[in-house]
Design a protein around this ligand. Sequence first.
Ligand code: AQP
Length: 351
Amino acid sequence: MNKKRVLSGIRANGRLHLGNYLGAVKGMLELQNNLEYETFSIPRGNDLLRQLKTNQYDLFYMVADLHSINVPYNPKGFQQAVREVVLDYLAAGLDPQKCTLFIQSHVPEHVELSYLFSTTVTVARMLHLPTYKEKVKQHPENVNMALLYYPVLMAADILAYKSNLVPVGDDQLPHLEVAREIARKMNDTYGLDFPEPEQFKTKGSRVPSLTGEGKMSKSVEGSYINLTDDIKTIKKKLAAVPTDSGQGEKVPETGGVAALLQLVELFQGFAKKEEYERQYVASGVQYRVLKEELTEAIYKELEPIQERRSELEKDKGKVDRIIEEGAKKAREVASQTLQEVKLAMGLIMIH
Ligand code: AQP
């Protein structure tokens, strides 16, 4: 069976939040647990047919440490920050038996490949990306080359594995488009065979900020609920979401109320959201009740993840082994791609 390749990653700039979880990790899990039955015959004349459960995807999931250092960060605590993402991944259910879990900088082929790709990209194209402009606004004192280079390195992350699918949130779509352009350009110019990667979209591909403006983000204080938050913290954070009188002619489509309703849909289902919408235009919504029920629903999803996490925290050796093994497996594939690209670009001799 020809398996489709998948690549995804999360930066180590802070604890994972519900946006990262619903927009990216849930997609990674869905692909990991996507099993199908395969039938094949056992060799040496034995005509027995055996059915096996196999995954139709080859999965590469990384902690994007190199993407994390293009904004101000703390080098002393950085190794721990990277490890926290690995723990979050494992606690959320990523299984190193079913996917290759690795740290981006442990596979230096990504960086080499990104330099080769950068020869096909114009500076003007990078300067116009909305994600770049946003970061320039956030950190005007630190507009560095790595920030501009981010999408090229991300294209190398994806294409190093010739990935077909990328489980990421909607905010990453402009970057994914750059990866597709690079794939086309490399194929047209050098006769390579990169697939054009596509987003694997989840239901929560754009989780709103608790402030009622924009998306939930690690770098926007007051916008997020972390996977490690206890029930009291979740309650406090939801209590701070701005609301209105709870009644009106039309259900708001933006702001805190819209954000709450979207979270209701994601954690309690579409029918519950519709129920609140009906209440809004009739008798009115009691936000105290809505927030209490939503707190319970979110915590119900996070509690088992937190329990697994505290178990994993005790086993340092196990996590070290997973990371080491992951880098080995990832490098096998990435180094093969790098060789092909160098050969096609005339950087190594054809024998
Ligand atoms: N609000 C979101 N809704 C859905 N998906 C989201 N993702 C991030 N925020 C949301 C997805 O999470 C993955 C990893 O993101 P990242 O940490 O690598 O970078 P990011 O997108 O820049 O995340 P943040 O929290 O917004 O970080 P800051 O604030 O530092 O920029 C990606 O798949 C992303 O789409």
